[in-house]
Design a protein around this ligand. Structure first.
Ligand SMILES: Cc1cc2nc3c(=O)[nH]c(=O)nc-3n(C[C@H](O)[C@H](O)[C@H](O)COP(=O)(O)OP(=O)(O)OC[C@H]3O[C@@H](n4cnc5c(N)ncnc54)[C@H](O)[C@@H]3O)c2cc1C
Length: 429
């Protein structure tokens, strides 16, 4: 475990319209520094600004500006990373494959991100933010269906996020509940608003990274490719009413997100995905009985959602990690890792392998670990990397075996994976 919190310097360069941000800084800190210098610049990071930039950006980073400017990871220009040998690499010295991997593949798989160089984006001096409350049952399903059909198609400057809570967040006495809030504010006011602060709250609040969120939380996620039919929404409504403090958050995609191909970065959930859906339940009582009841409910919810969400594979967002998809085991195996690998990365087969690593090192010392693809070996043995297509190999066989057995892949013009290892063993290792 490395404590990154003291690595929190931020250097904004408005002339170049970019920022260097050390990876221990939170998004709130970044937004604060930008807002202090400019009313017309922003960074398309996450909504919950108490999260760290290290984890959020390296997993992609969904936020309120993503339909206009893409994910946080889409706006990374350079990075400083420390590898296992203590070397500090930048984009040039780490190489484009390594740089590709840290922008959506999950940072901890590849090394320690020390700092990001980020592209700042232009925002208008004033943006509008609004919140409309609706009580469940007041034609909610119809509204949600209309939202599903349109939210991903709206102009890019519009991000229409939906939160579905069991408990009212306002005291709504009118029937139907039509309480609305609408503000015209600088971009930073929208950041505060979206995290349930007042739009005119002091900016210093952005520096408080100890904001309590939830005591205990179980969550998972899905991407949705076709609008959920009425019977799906009825099922969701029924299950949400069954449990205390459940929540779903719907984040529309489309716009700029779709302009990146599925493989341009490790985050593959691009064109064809309408929105991301986060399923959550939170509670305070840490007793075994309450916790297992909540977890059981969450698993049931996830099971029942299956017919209505993206499938083959059923996908998920790596930053909303779900341990039910698999965890590190002693016998790191490709077939086990594939379970979560496909969910997060879709084409998990197209992992990175070291071009020149003796197979026994790959297999014995590193193997697959949860949250790590073969690309992670670039970290321990940082040499040139290349793609290899694992669909051509026997499922369940680790990298060591694959490379040891030859290793056919789409880049066979460079020879087999094993060819490279042999060369390495003979000449250098
Ligand atoms: C309250 C809350 C709100 C959220 N809101 C959003 C949101 O709006 N949008 C969104 O996309 N996601 C959101 N998330 C998910 C968030 O992106 C992930 O939890 C993310 O992992 C947070 O990163 P962190 O650095 O704070 O977390 P950590 O728990 O510190 O790290 C998470 C993972 O990233 C790795 N990591 C962290 N820093 C580094 C580094 N410097 N180098 C290498 N690896 C590193 C860690 O090893 C770990 O595997 C939210 C999460 C929470 C809890």
């Amino acid at each position: 475990m490395v404590d990154m919190s003291n690595l929190s310097e931020i250097d904004i360069d408005l002339e170049e319209e970019m920022a260097w941000i050390q990876a221990g800084a939170t998004l709130g800190h970044l937004y604060y520094e930008i807002a202090k210098k400019s009313r017309v610049h922003a960074f398309p990071g996450g909504i919950c600004y108490t999260t760290g930039s290290g984890g959020l950006i390296s997993g992609g980073g969904l936020g309120s500006l993503m339909r206009k400017f893409g994910l946080a990871a889409d706006n990374v220009i350079d990075a400083h990373v420390m590898d296992a040998k203590g070397r500090i690499l930048d984009r040039k010295s780490m190489g484009e494959d390594f740089f590709w991997a840290i922008r959506g593949g999950g940072g901890s798989s590849f090394g320690i991100i020390l700092a990001w160089k980020l592209k700042l984006v232009h925002v208008p001096e004033k943006v509008s933010v609004f919140r409309v409350h609706r009580m469940l049952g007041e034609n909610t399903i119809n509204l949600l269906q209309q939202w599903e059909h349109t939210a991903y198609l709206l102009p890019r400057g519009v991000q229409f996020r939906h939160r579905f809570l069991q408990e009212p967040v306002i005291n709504c006495t009118e029937r139907p509940c039509l309480k609305k809030e609408c503000h015209e504010v600088p971009w930073i006011g929208s950041v505060l608003f979206l995290y349930n602060k007042r739009v005119d709250e002091s900016l210093e609040v952005l520096l408080d990274n100890s904001v309590p969120v939830y005591k205990l939380l179980q969550g998972t996620s899905d991407f949705v490719k076709t609008p959920i039919p009425e019977k799906g929404w009825k099922m969701i409504q029924r299950l949400l009413l069954e449990e205390e403090r459940p929540m779903i958050i719907l984040d529309p995609l489309g716009g700029r997100i779709d302009e990146f191909s599925e493989t341009e970065l490790p985050f593959p959930h691009r064109k064809g995905n309408l929105y991301n859906i986060q399923h959550l339940v939170n509670w305070d009582d840490n007793s075994e009985s309450v916790s297992s009841k909540k977890i059981k409910w969450m698993r049931k919810f996830y099971r029942e959602m299956e017919p209505f969400v993206a499938n083959s594979p059923r996908t998920a967002y790596i930053n909303y990690r779900d341990l039910d998809f698999g965890t590190n085991q002693e016998d790191y195996s490709y077939s086990k890792a594939k379970m979560w690998g496909e969910k997060y990365f879709k084409r998990f087969e197209r992992a990175l392998v070291l071009e020149r690593s003796p197979p026994y090192i790959v297999k014995k010392q590193f193997g697959f670990q949860r949250g790590r693809s073969l690309a992670s070996f670039t970290m321990q043995l940082p040499r040139k990397v290349k793609f290899m297509d694992f669909r051509r190999c026997t499922p369940g066989v680790g990298a060591g075996g694959i490379i040891g057995g030859g290793g056919l892949g789409p880049l066979t013009k460079f020879g087999l994976a094993g060819d490279e290892c042999c060369r390495c063993s003979r000449d250098e290792c």
